[in-house]
Design a protein around this ligand. Structure first.
Ligand code: GRF
Length: 208
């Protein structure tokens, strides 16, 4: 049984997709053992509690030094002791020591086809604003392992999504979530839980 901790910042629709996929048997051999939010009062916490999953808030604002927050965050993850940490819209810079300690055991969902529209400054709606500004006809989402670089770890899965005339960042964001994020993130977790994913150097090799 793969024990998963999901880290969130806001709405938690990706968290919900994972919860629903486990309930529907689309993700097997997997249990969410905890949700960590860096914000108080967000919908993600409600979603976790409704599903009977322990939810914890760890906000950098509650610590005078970033290093103290980093330590508290790492301590909490270690206490929960997951096999996999899923960053599902987690808008906090991940402590380096955490990445080192959980090498190839942290995955992130990013709302573009990496290496487009990723890296520093590309988060949330901004990713879709930039895609529309550039006029791309195809965008999408990527699930990848997290390494020391920003959105640079081995890619597990990607799914393209069409940009349509008249799209606003909000409309495009919703389409990317519905058609890509909520599909590939649960699938990637199921693949990891069932031993279908192997990392070889900078790449993921999927055995299907
Ligand atoms: C998603 O678009 C995800 O790709 C990005 O942040 C958003 C989180 O949405 N990293 P939600 O909290 O899962 O609804």
């Amino acid at each position: 049984m793969l024990k998963v901790v999901v880290c969130v910042s806001g709405g938690g629709t990706n968290l919900q997709a994972i919860i629903d996929s486990i309930a529907a048997g689309k993700i097997t051999n997997t249990e969410i053992i905890g949700v960590i939010s860096n914000n108080y009062g967000v919908k993600s916490i409600e979603r976790a509690e409704k599903a009977g999953i322990p939810a914890f808030v760890l906000s950098p604002k509650d610590y005078s030094e970033r290093s103290e927050f980093n330590k508290a965050f790492l301590d909490k993850v270690k206490e929960l002791d997951p096999d996999l940490v899923v960053l599902a819209g987690f808008l906090v810079r991940i402590p380096e020591e955490f990445v080192k300690e959980y090498s190839n055991r942290i995955v992130n969902i990013h709302p573009s086809l990496i290496p487009s529209f990723c890296g520093v400054g590309y988060y949330g709606l901004k990713v879709h604003e930039k895609a529309l500004e550039r006029g791309v006809k195809i965008t999408g989402a990527t699930v990848h392992f997290v390494n020391e670089g920003m959105d640079e770890g081995p890619i597990i899965a990607q799914k393209p999504v069409a940009v349509e005339d008249g799209d606003t960042p909000e409309i495009l964001q919703r389409r990317v979530m519905e058609q890509a994020e909520w599909v590939i993130l649960p699938k990637a977790i199921d693949d990891i839980a069932n031993g279908r994913i192997k990392v070889s150097g900078t790449k993921v090799i999927s055995a299907f």
